[in-house]
Each structure stands twice: as structure tokens, then as C-alpha cells.
Write a protein that binds this ligand. Structure first.
Ligand code: ARG
Length: 562
């Protein structure tokens, strides 16, 4: 039952509707005094009474239902304390019966959300900079699905640009087809880097690269074949990383997909009188109050740009998916780009411009530069995952050398630690990444939560669960706190979706694990009597299911033993 709604229904005030009352019912700050509170200050003026008197009258007019233990008027607030037994029974029954479906809802019924995330650049390495976009987007994808939305995951590949011309030149000079087929992205990168070094002393190579890119643009078959092959090689490697991170996409339509879809948009812009020619280039200027530089859509040499492709993509997505919202999970460095993009669509007269949302995030840097780097300052995601896995294996070998499937567990713990560490802070904050921090079994980390999960699994495998649950044993302070937290799970999911913030789920799971461990230390589960045991094990099962489900929303798997 939704206690906020039920409590709001109890409150009767002259001339004030339920819809006005509901948002004012809040969770009480001091849980020793109340569970929910209703402040009456807002009505003093209209009702010409003091808040204290209003609160008194509200209390007098309520006939206390069973689920409420007490109702009191305190300094202009109406304080509600729930009947613990009733509350505990309601939460436990519901969570137990729903299992991993607890928190599912149908808020998204009939609505489609497009999420543009990861959106890596082809023929360039998958580096740390794309980690946040990838895991934040993938997590939002799963969260929206849980809420019943139809979700379209889009990897807007950076698969257009002069880097392809450079790669072709490099390949023609030094490339070895077999080597590239075998070693994939790494081999491509080597010749790409070599090209840049060589071009410093031989700038003529850049002209060649431009010519080759022009050939790709013109659809020359030799050039196209290489272009497609570079793309395949990169995607094949990148998909291995996506698998490790449990990331899926419904579309890999990247920038090149929009080659033939830009002209109609440019024509419409022109027809609507929104474009201007400036030194031969096509631009859209903004009203002075917007305080933004013009948006460049076609260079004087005729070339289209990143923004032109995004314009075409916005229309393609609206027409193809009829989205309710279209999210772009992209670093805050691109704030201006998206502000311009959304504004141009708005200026064209489309009210759905307001449904396009930039979900920015901060930068990832490496604490003390300890992460392995190969070329330049790039940190390769694959190396990060491998290192985290190796370190996890080391820890497992120290803590639990006889564990089965150590390699699988190390992969779950290592990769899980990296994902959890990326998602635990508010997304807009910059992250300073350190292996020791994310792999600390005692910190606010993935391994800590996974360890708690394994503890739940072990308890359930050792103790018989079949007894009759006696709910009165779950009303002690630590049990009650834990159950209140369990009750919050559905609200947490909805809140993280509304704010595009997987960190809300991440931090919640951590606090649930903490509260559970406290409960575990204070309750002697295996040595309690039948009714107590069954009640406590019911809580263990619920926590286990929430951790499993919550972690899966982040893309993290939990081993049953570790
Ligand atoms: N490929 C771009 C980059 O790495 C990100 C693309 C984001 N998506 C978009 N529709 N612009 O910076």
C-alpha cells in the first residue's frame, strides 16, 4: 500500500483538494517521532487560522484506521506514526511475493524513450571517457524497462570523418589485412598513430587522407569497402566490452547513417527562413537573449558537420519511434552543442523539442595516473577491466583460496567494481578513479554489496525457510529500519528515472546492504526459534532479491559465493 496516498486521503481541510494535500505529505525527518508529517502552514492565510489550530482540527476530524498507530498535532504539523506490525506485514508480504519484480511498475505503458549512449568513435579506442556514457545510459535503459517503458537504446557511432581517410592511407602504406583481422582495434590504432607521426614531417599525407575521405563520401567502391571493414573490426572488439558490461543496443545507426537524411532538414530550415549564409557557410543564428554562438550546419566547402547529423538524427528518431522522451547521455563538454540543437528544433516550430534531454556527466580521471596507458594519455577500457579483474583475483586468492570458479567470480567482482565506482556519485561530478577505492571490500563499493549478496545466499542455503512467519519479530528497531528501507525500493527506481540518475539506485543498494549487515549482526538468525527464524529469513530473501535486481539495473552480476 502507498502510505502517502492513504494518509493524504485521511486529511480533510475545508476547500482543499486531495491533489493539493498529497504532495505536502512528507516522510518525517525524525523517525522516532513520526513516520509521516503534514505541515499546515501553507493554509493559514486562506483559512484565517494559525497552523497549530489547523493541525488540531485535522487531527480531530480523522477516525484512526488500523494501519496508523497514532496521530498527533505538534507545532503546526500533523504527525503520523504507522502501526509497525501492520506496516511490516504489508511490506514483507508484498516484496516476498513479487521477488525480483518488486519495484516494477506500469508508469511507462505506451511510452517510448530513446536513449543515445556510449556512442563511441569508430577506429578510435574505447577509452575511459566513454565508460560513463556507456554505463549510465545502459543503466537508464534497464531502469526505464523496469518501469514499463518501451526503450530504444541507440549507439550513435562516430563513424564519419577524415579519420577514415587517414586510416585508408595508413592501411595502404603499412597495413596487414590478416594482422588487423586478428588483433582488431589495436592493430588499426597502431597504423593510425603511425600516420599522425609520419604526417608531421610529411604533411602531404593529410591531403591524401582528405582525398580518400572524399572518395568515401562519393561512394567509391574501394574506399567504401575499407570503410565498412574498419567499422566491422572495431565493432567486433567493442562488442566484447559491451558484453562484459552487460550493455545492449537496439540500434547502431551512427553518423554515417544520416548522410542522405540531412538535406531535407537543411531545406526545411531554409524554407522557414532560419538559415543564413555567412562567408559561404550555412548557419542558424540565435536571439541575443540566448547568448549562444550560431550553429554551423554546412561549411563553405559544402561539408556537413556533427551538428547537421544530429539534426537529421533528431527528426529520424521522432519519426521512427515517436518518442515520449529522447535522451542524450553525453559529457558536459557538449552542453552547448545540445543547447543549440534543441533550440534549432524549437525554432522550427516543433513542440517536441522540449522532449529532447541532454543528460550530462562529469569527467573521469585517474588517481595518480596509476592506470596503464598505451598510447598518449588514452586509457583503454579493456585494460581497466582486465586490471580490475586481476586485482579482484588477487584479493579472492587471499580471502578465499578454495573458492570454485575463481575466474568467473573475479570477472564479476572486478568489472562490477568499475561499474559501481562509476555510478555511485551524482553523474555531474567528476570522478577520480582508483582501483583500491573501487575494490575495497569495506567501502561504498560493488564488492561490499556483492559480499552482502553472497552472505544472503549462504544463509538461505543453510537454514530451512519453511516455518510460519511471525511478523511481530520484525518490529525491533534495526528490523524496522531495514524494512522501511525495503519499502522505499519502488520509489527509488521511479526517482532515479525521473532524475536520470542511476546513482540514486546505486547508493540505495549500498545503504540497503549496510542496514542488512547491521540486522544480520544483531539477529542471531540460525539460533532463533521457528517463528523468528522464518521472519528473519523472509527479510534475507527480500534483501537478496533487491540486491540482485538493483545490481542488474546497473549492469552488475553477483556471485552466490565469494
Ligand atoms: N561520438 C561522440 C563523442 O565521442 C558522442 C556522440 C553523442 N551522441 C550524439 N547524438 N551526438 O564525442
Amino acid at each position: 500500500m502507498d502510505y502517502k496516498v492513504e494518509i493524504a486521503k485521511l486529511i480533510k481541510l475545508d476547500g482543499v483538494s486531495f491533489d493539493e494535500i498529497l504532495p505536502l505529505v512528507v516522510t518525517a525527518k525524525d523517525t522516532a517521532l513520526a513516520d509521516f508529517a503534514f505541515p499546515c502552514f501553507k493554509f493559514a492565510k486562506a483559512l484565517r487560522k494559525s497552523p497549530v489550530i489547523i493541525a488540531n482540527e485535522v487531527v480531530e476530524n480523522i477516525k484512526k484506521p488500523d494501519f496508523v498507530e497514532s496521530i498527533e498535532s505538534v507545532n503546526g504539523y500533523v504527525n503520523f506514526k504507522l502501526s509497525k506490525l501492520n506496516f511490516v506485514k504489508g511490506v514483507v508480504d508484498k516484496a516476498l511475493s513479487l521477488g525480483e519484480n518488486f519495484g516494477n511498475s506500469n508508469e511507462g505503458n505506451g511510452k517510448t524513450i530513446c536513449i543515445d549512449y556510449s556512442s563511441i568513435n569508430i577506429a578510435k579506442p574505447f577509452h575511459m571517457g566513454h565508460l560513463s556514457s556507456t554505463v549510465i545510459g545502459a543503466s537508464l535503459y534497464k531502469i526505464y524497462k523496469k518501469l514499463g517503458y518501451n526503450v530504444v537504446g541507440i549507439n550513435h557511432l562516430g563513424d564519419w570523418g577524415t579519420q577514415f581517410g587517414k586510416l585508408i592511407v595508413a592501411f595502404k602504406m603499412w597495413g596487414d589485412k590478416e594482422d588487423i583481422n586478428n588483433r582488431g582495434i589495436n592493430a588499426l590504432l597502431e597504423i593510425y598513430v603511425k600516420f599522425h607521426k609520419e604526417a608531421e614531417s610529411n604533411p602531404e599525407l593529410n591531403d591524401q587522407a582528405r582525398n580518400w575521405f572524399k572518395k568515401i563520401e562519393d561512394g567509391d567502391s574501394d574506399a567504401m569497402q575499407l570503410f565498412t571493414w574498419f567499422k566491422e573490426v572495431t565493432l567486433r572488439d567493442v562488442k566484447k566490452i559491451y558484453e562484459r558490461l552487460d550493455v545492449q543496443f537496439d540500434s547502431y545507426n551512427g553518423e554515417s547513417f544520416y548522410n542522405d537524411k540531412m538535406q531535407p532538414v537543411l531545406d526545411e530550415l531554409e524554407a522557414k527562413g532560419l538559415t543564413k549564409i555567412s562567408n559561404g557557410a550555412t548557419i542558424v543564428e540565435f536571439d541575443e537573449s540566448e547568448d549562444m554562438p550560431p550553429c554551423l550546419l554546412r561549411r563553405s566547402d559544402g561539408a556537413t558537420l556533427y551538428a547537421t547529423r544530429d539534426m537529421a538524427a533528431a527528426f529520424y528518431r521522432k519519426n521512427t519511434y515517436d518518442f515520449y522522451k529522447s535522451l542524450y547521455v553525453v559529457a558536459y563538454q557538449q552542453n552547448l552543442h545540445f543547447k543549440q540543437l534543441f533550440k534549432v528544433v524549437e525554432m522550427m516550430g516543433y513542440e517536441w523539442a522540449k522532449d529532447m534531454i541532454h543528460v550530462p556527466f562529469g569527467m573521469v580521471s585517474l588517481e595518480g595516473g596509476k592506470l596503464s596507458t598505451r598510447e598518449g594519455n588514452m586509457v583503454f577500457l579493456e585494460d581497466v577491466l582486465d586490471t580490475a579483474k586481476a586485482k579482484a583475483l588477487q584479493i579472492i586468492n587471499e580471502k578465499n583460496p578454495d573458492l570454485d570458479n575463481k575466474d568467473d567470480v573475479a570477472e564479476m567482482v572486478g568489472t562490477g567494481a568499475v561499474i559501481f565506482g562509476t555510478l555511485v556519485g551524482s553523474r555531474i561530478k567528476d570522478i577520480s578513479f582508483s582501483y583500491d577505492k573501487v575494490l575495497n571490500f569495506e567501502g561504498e563499493t560493488g564488492p561490499y554489496v556483492q559480499y552482502t549478496f553472497a552472505r544472503c545466499c549462504s544463509l538461505l542455503s543453510k537454514i530451512d525457510e519453511s516455518g510460519q512467519v511471525d511478523y511481530s519479530n520484525l518490529t525491533s528497531a534495526d528490523s524496522y529500519e531495514l524494512i522501511k528501507l525495503i519499502d522505499k525500493y519502488p520509489e527509488i527506481i521511479a526517482d532515479s528515472a525521473a532524475k536520470y540518475e542511476p546513482s540514486i539506485v546505486t547508493r540505495y543498494i549500498y545503504s540497503l546492504a549496510c542496514a542488512f549487515n547491521k540486522f544480520y549482526l544483531e539477529q542471531n538468525i540460525s539460533n532463533s526459534n521457528e517463528g523468528d527464524k522464518a521472519a528473519r529469513l523472509a527479510v534475507v530473501r527480500i534483501v537478496k532479491d533487491i540486491i540482485k535486481n538493483g545490481m542488474s539495473l546497473l549492469g552488475i552480476k553477483c556471485p552466490t559465493k565469494m
